[in-house]
Write a new protein. Structure first.
Length: 144
C-alpha cells in the first residue's frame, strides 16, 4: 500500500517542530521520522519497525508506536485512515485525502479542495470539527 510521498524534513526541522510543541528531541523520535520519510508513501508502524531493523537502529516496537503518536500530535506526520487493517502514516505536509484501490490495495493521495482541514463543515449544533478525512474507494488506473 504505497504511493510516492513527501521525502520529509531535515533532523533540524523535525527537532524545531518537536521543541515548539513542548517536547524533547529524542533519538527514537528522529529515527522513526527518518525511517518513515525514507520509506515514502503510506506505511504502517510495522513497516517502520522493519525499516529501523534493516538500518540496525535500536528502537523498540513500543517506542515506534509512541514516536508515531507524538510526531502526529505535533503535525509532523499524517495518519491515513484508509479503511480496514493497520493505521498508515506518512510524512506529507499538506492536508489531503486518499483513494484506495479495491483490487491492488494501493493508496493514493487526493488533494483537498480547501487545502487545509477540515475540508467539510458540520451542520450547526454538532460541535467543532478539527479534521475530516475522505476515503475514495474504487479501482485505480493501473488495475482498471
Amino acid at each position: 500500500m504505497d504511493a510516492p510521498g513527501h521525502r520529509g524534513l531535515t533532523d533540524r526541522e523535525v527537532a524545531e517542530r518537536l521543541r515548539r510543541g513542548g517536547l524533547r528531541v529524542t533519538r527514537p523520535r528522529l529515527a522513526v521520522y527518518r525511517a518513515l520519510a525514507a520509506l515514502g508513501g503510506h506505511r504502517s508502524a510495522e513497516d517502520v519497525v522493519a525499516e529501523l531493523r534493516r538500518r540496525r537502529e535500536r528502537v523498540s516496537r513500543m517506542s515506534v508506536y509512541n514516536a508515531l503518536a507524538t510526531l502526529r500530535g505535533v503535525g509532523l506526520l499524517m495518519q491515513a485512515n484508509a479503511g480496514p487493517g493497520g493505521t498508515l502514516y506518512e510524512t506529507r505536509a499538506a492536508w489531503h485525502h486518499h483513494f484506495v484501490c479495491r483490487r491492488c490495495g494501493r493508496v493514493l493521495d487526493v488533494p483537498c479542495v480547501r487545502g487545509r482541514r477540515p475540508c467539510l463543515s458540520l451542520p450547526a449544533g454538532i460541535g467543532r470539527a478539527e479534521e475530516a478525512q475522505i476515503v475514495f474507494r474504487g479501482v485505480c488506473r493501473d488495475c482498471g
